[in-house]
Design a binder for this molecule. Structure first.
Ligand code: 3H9
Length: 719
């Protein structure tokens, strides 16, 4: 085996069975050395007279995590995957896949060319390629429908959601589950089969496909599912076309060839690059540049939540779902009861929809304990304060928490913008104070901004980032600066959306243009959902003059139009429905405000709407990057995709800007500067990178940025 190849396969023989162990830590992707090793050692096993069968397994915690994602879009070394898999499928001796952990994508496809499959009860199998803008291109679209039927296989491939070992056994993907030593059980299983004259091959199982032939239902249902859950994405249609070929082609290899052609089309599609950027971006975001990888983590075995409202309840569910016992505290008994009721109702909804069993619900509910007393928090490892946004109140709570909890406990604030350093200053443990900005509903939204105060210790940051991963969040670090990352970028986006209304567009045009671009919800539907009255009330309370862009929403509030909560805002809503209907009665308001402010109304193109709103995100993103508030441009992509409904297949706003070209962005901004010179001034970093024909990915490392731009990274004092 040559040294340049990545990963390897270990070969040994036990009781006349050759054992091929994929060894490519940490998760055993099918890199060049693995493909070469599989081809070489299957050949070796076949040519060794004493060997009667072959077991294929993985070293460490994973079986095989799929193709090596870092190879896509590049030239690669060694044999291609399908050559290696063909060697396994046509092995003269029976092959059993002993699935010791995750078998995903090409990993499951490798198992599907084996004659038999056995898993441990921790095994997980799935075809998640759709999440990378791809389809299972190593036979998965042809073999999985043969085992589980086309309908179930389409559900698996379009959702990308893996199955547990138990479910995989029920579905016929696994032949057996090992309860003891996997390799011993696998050897015994194979010994039993060795004398059979023939060993099953998935490619020969046609019954389930023939049953579906001639019926349009399966494909129509899949198309409806893809339209609903994967709007704008290219790969789902290709997956459906592959399964259609599996159903209708008599010759397995013709279906396989079609799969290969459709795979290539996905590979060449820009969505693939964008979605793989997000895959690696999410993993990069979890690392903090200046914190050593081996920083010790503090164990979080128990947690407390202060505040049993919507956010507190959602955060409690996150922790309980990850098996962490939570005490949820509220000082008002009625609130607490109501909060527990909401949590129970949310879980019940999951049971009713088949997403959770009654037993699982009982377990998670058993992990959430309500309390009215701070004293009960004495022994928890971490507390997340989740009361409403009021600095004095939060400071009071932090003081109390500091006095009642053990010294080692981490104190986190769920805030969308308050100063973490001020909260830290109200305690005697500033190193253990951190911001955890969850997004609503916290039990659903994946984004978690972890806010690093000036004193937050390495251990605290590393522990909270690791907890974020444990509870299934996409965690991104933000410095403690006004608006953190997401909301600071959002301000310019909604500003432009509002200005577009004053210049002649209607809410439905702005929303439709941005939804066609791929945003999950246009800005006015979003504002109606959040409630227009929050900002209006805050401005009134603080006696702040309404900025131009907020004049429309303030005027709507003056007329009792608060958004969905009272069925009228930018849109009208029928009783009990969230579907927006036009509100022609508002048009006079837009026109009046335009006239009062000397704004000429005109026809506005959809392209201008998209450019102005999205480039506003990009320009603010560039400032956030140069100030070091975000560590890397990809972090902002993760924020926007997981917290603000930006389409994953466009790779996030900063990746989108790179694709468009930063010079092009500057040109467009230059045209818009006729409308508003100040707003459209390019961020210095954006200008600099555009001048160098570079991308945001090439921005200087966070520690070098300040010097480069003569910008002092000290302005992190919060709001
Ligand atoms: C495919 O198979 C196409 C075929 O159908 C057709 C081919 C012709 N490749 O996530 P983690 C890295 S497409 C390369 O933190 P976990 C990852 O970047 C593939 N690298 O661990 C990270 O690196 P770093 C279909 C990979 O325990 C490190 O491993 N398969 C790959 O939380 C640890 O990863 C998938 O989509 C890979 N395939 O989760 C599965 N996978 O330490 C993708 C991981 O430098 N993988 N890395 O940041 C996963 O979903 C999770 O990694 C897994 C483990 C659940 C396996």
């Amino acid at each position: 085996m040559t040294n340049e190849l990545k990963g390897k396969v270990n070969y040994s023989v036990n009781s006349n069975i050759a054992i091929l162990e994929v060894d490519n830590p940490p998760v055993n992707p099918l890199s060049s050395g693995v493909r070469a090793g599989l081809a070489e050692f299957i050949e070796k096993a076949n040519s060794d007279e004493s060997v009667k069968g072959v077991i294929l397994t993985g070293a460490g915690r994973s079986f095989i995590a799929g193709a090596d994602i870092s190879e896509f879009g590049k030239s690669f070394d060694g044999p291609d995957l399908n050559t290696a898999l063909r060697a396994i499928e046509f092995s003269k001796k029976p092959v059993l896949a002993a699935i010791n952990g995750t078998a995903l994508g090409g990993g499951l496809e490798t198992a599907l060319v084996c004659n038999y499959r056995m898993g441990t009860n921790k095994a997980i199998v799935g075809l998640p390629e759709v999440n990378l803008g791809l389809l299972p291109g190593a036979g998965g679209t042809q073999r999985l429908p043969r085992l589980v039927g086309p309908s179930q296989s389409l559900k698996m491939m379009l959702s990308g959601t893996p199955l547990s070992a138990k479910k995989a056994l029920e579905q016929g993907i696994l032949d057996a589950i090992s309860e003891n030593s996997l390799i011993d059980d696998a050897i015994a299983f194979l010994q039993d089969k060795i004398d059979l004259s023939d060993h099953p091959k998935v490619r020969d199982k046609n019954e389930k496909l023939l049953e579906a032939r001639g019926s349009e239902n399966v494909l129509a249902e899949a198309k409806a599912l893809a339209a609903k859950t994967r709007r704008g994405q290219f790969a789902p249609g290709q997956i459906i076309a592959c399964v259609e070929a599996a159903i209708n082609e008599d010759d397995f290899d013709v279906g396989l060839k079609k799969e290969s052609d459709y795979f290539l089309e996905c590979l060449m599609n820009p969505q693939r690059e964008a979605m793989i950027h997000i895959f690696f971006g999410e993993r990069a975001a979890s690392k903090i540049a200046d914190i050593p990888k081996d920083t010790p983590l503090m164990p979080i075995n128990t947690a407390g939540i202060v505040g049993s409202g919507t956010m507190g309840g959602g955060i409690a569910m996150n922790l309980a779902n990850a098996g962490i016992p939570v005490l949820i505290l509220d000082q008002d008994e009625e609130n607490l009861e109501r909060g527990m009721g909401v949590i129970e109702k949310n879980y019940q909804m999951m049971v009713d929809r088949g997403r959770m069993s009654q037993d699982q619900k009982d377990i998670v509910m058993g992990l959430i304990t309500p309390t009215l007393s701070y004293d009960d928090l004495a022994d928890v490892d971490m507390v997340v304060e989740a009361v409403y946004e009021n600095l004095e109140l939060k400071e009071e709570i932090f003081k109390t928490l500091d006095s009642v909890t053990k010294d080692s406990a981490i104190l986190a604030s769920n805030t969308s913008g308050l100063d973490i350093d001020a909260l830290a200053a109200s305690t005697n443990r500033p190193g253990k104070v951190v911001g955890t900005h969850f997004f609503s509903p916290a039990n659903v939204m994946r984004l978690l901004e972890v806010v690093r105060g000036k004193d937050s210790s390495d251990e605290t940051m590393a522990t909270v980032m690791s907890l974020g991963k444990k509870i299934g969040k996409a965690a991104v670090v933000s410095l403690n600066a006004p608006g953190f990352i997401g909301n600071r970028m959002l301000a310019g986006y909604t500003y432009q959306a509002n200005m577009l209304l004053l210049e002649g567009a209607l809410p439905s045009q702005v929303d439709n243009a941005l939804e066609s671009f791929g945003m999950s919800m246009g800005p006015f539907r979003m504002l109606d959902l959040v409630g227009l009255d929050l900002g209006w009330r805050a401005r009134k309370l603080a006696n702040i003059e309404t900025p131009l862009a907020n004049k429309i929403s303030d005027e709507l509030c003056e007329r009792d139009r608060f958004g969905q909560k009272n069925s009228k805002g930018f849109y009208n809503y029928s009783e009990g429905s969230r579907a927006p209907n036009p509100a022609p009665e508002n048009e006079e308001i837009y026109k009046e405000i335009s006239t009062k402010n000397n704004i000429q109304r005109r026809e506005i193109s959809d392209q201008e709407i998209v450019d102005r709103c999205i480039l506003a995100l990009v320009n603010e993103g560039a400032r956030i990057l140069e100030e070091g508030v975000a560590q890397r441009s990809g972090d902002m992509d993760i924020v926007y995709i997981n917290g603000y409904g930006f389409p994953i297949w466009r790779g996030g706003p900063m990746f989108y800007a790179n694709q468009l070209g930063l010079e092009e962005i500057i040109k467009k901004m230059d045209i818009f500067s006729d409308l508003d010179k100040e707003f459209w001034k390019p961020a210095p970093l954006l200008q600099k990178l555009a001048d160098q024909s570079a991308t945001f990915g090439e921005a200087p490392a966070v520690e070098d940025r300040a010097e480069l731009l003569s910008f002092k990274v000290t302005n992190m004092g919060g709001v």
